[in-house]
Design a protein around this ligand. Structure first.
Ligand SMILES: C[S@@+](CC[C@H](N)C(=O)[O-])C[C@H]1O[C@@H](n2cnc3c(N)ncnc32)[C@H](O)[C@@H]1O
Length: 202
């Protein structure tokens, strides 16, 4: 084993052991925790939607951070229940689901949307990126309808095909947009996280 690989597996080992010790549902929690440390995303937050929530690490973290308040989690896979989290089984792309849960024209408003959503990979990088940004566009539109005007959208995105277009859409739709790659995100992964604040009303 080379030094570099040894160091990498040592740090992987740390995240896995530490998450078990702390009872986290996923390794992804470290990423949300780093984002929170840096951008204080839960400040004054009373309602959260977690898109692509399974197995529940981020939802559980959100529930602990806001204590009282509302956390809604959505995923196409089933999620083991978490006290204080309302789980909705379905796709964020489903308009009927959106109407049923958030009211026609998305009447109910939320302070924060977090999304660690990633669709299953097909092996074809271009079509995977295309599929991802198709759903991501839907999440952006949904966030415009559902967030309060000073609301925050935290979302995983993948650098590559479709990223630049999505970046300019974000800039058009939010006043402040930051990008952040947490230390706990694998260096070789093309994922990075968007923190978008304050909706722009054109
Ligand atoms: C990386 S996992 C999320 C991990 C989660 N943040 C945690 O900490 O436990 C990505 C999730 O996105 C979900 N997903 C993919 N496409 C989706 C869609 N269209 N609607 C809702 N969830 C979706 C997947 O089923 C998967 O559970």
């Amino acid at each position: 084993m080379t030094n570099r690989h040894w160091r990498k597996s040592q740090s992987e080992d740390f995240f896995i052991k530490d998450s078990r010790r702390k009872g986290y549902r996923s390794r992804s929690v470290y990423k949300l925790s780093e984002i929170d440390d840096r951008f204080n995303i839960f400040k004054n937050v009373k309602s959260v939607i977690d898109i692509g929530s399974c197995p529940g690490g981020w939802s559980d973290f959100a529930r602990r951070r806001i204590k009282k308040g509302k956390v809604i989690a959505i995923d196409i896979n089933e999620m083991e229940p978490i006290g204080g989290v309302t789980f909705i089984h379905g796709s964020i792309e489903d308009q009927t689901l959106q109407d049923n849960v958030f009211g026609q024209n998305n009447k109910e408003k939320f302070d924060l949307i977090i999304s660690d959503m990633s669709p299953n990979k097909s092996g074809n990088k271009v079509s995977d990126q295309y599929k991802f940004y198709n759903i991501a566009d839907g999440i952006l539109e949904f966030s415009q309808n559902v967030l309060i005007s000073k609301g925050v959208l935290v979302m995983k995105v993948f650098i590559g095909h479709g990223f630049e277009e999505f970046k300019s859409d974000l800039k058009e739709n939010f006043e402040r947009v930051s990008y952040f790659k947490p230390k706990s995100s694998r260096r070789e992964s093309r994922e990075t996280y968007v923190i978008a604040k304050n909706i722009r009303y054109n």
